[in-house]
Design a protein around this ligand. Structure first.
Ligand code: ZN
Length: 68
């Protein structure tokens, strides 16, 4: 069984604040030069319902745990 969001059963999670990409305009398209993180600390959210994930406790219990 895959770990899912207890609220909406999504299996995908995102981090915020997100990293940002440094782009350069190349041959009629933008190329990613490199990616940087805006901050060392980040928060994790469910991709679908936006609930904040408790990363540490999720890893410890090996199941998705929401922050209360
Ligand atoms: Zn969710």
């Amino acid at each position: 069984m895959k770990p899912k969001c207890p609220k909406c059963n999504s299996e995908e999670f995102v981090t915020k604040p997100n990293r940002y990409d440094i782009l350069k305009l190349g041959d009629k398209k933008f190329d990613v030069v490199k990616s940087e993180f805006t901050e060392d600390k980040y928060k994790m959210y469910c991709r679908d319902c936006g609930s904040e994930i408790d990363e540490k406790s999720s890893m410890k219990k090996n199941k998705i745990t929401l922050k209360t």
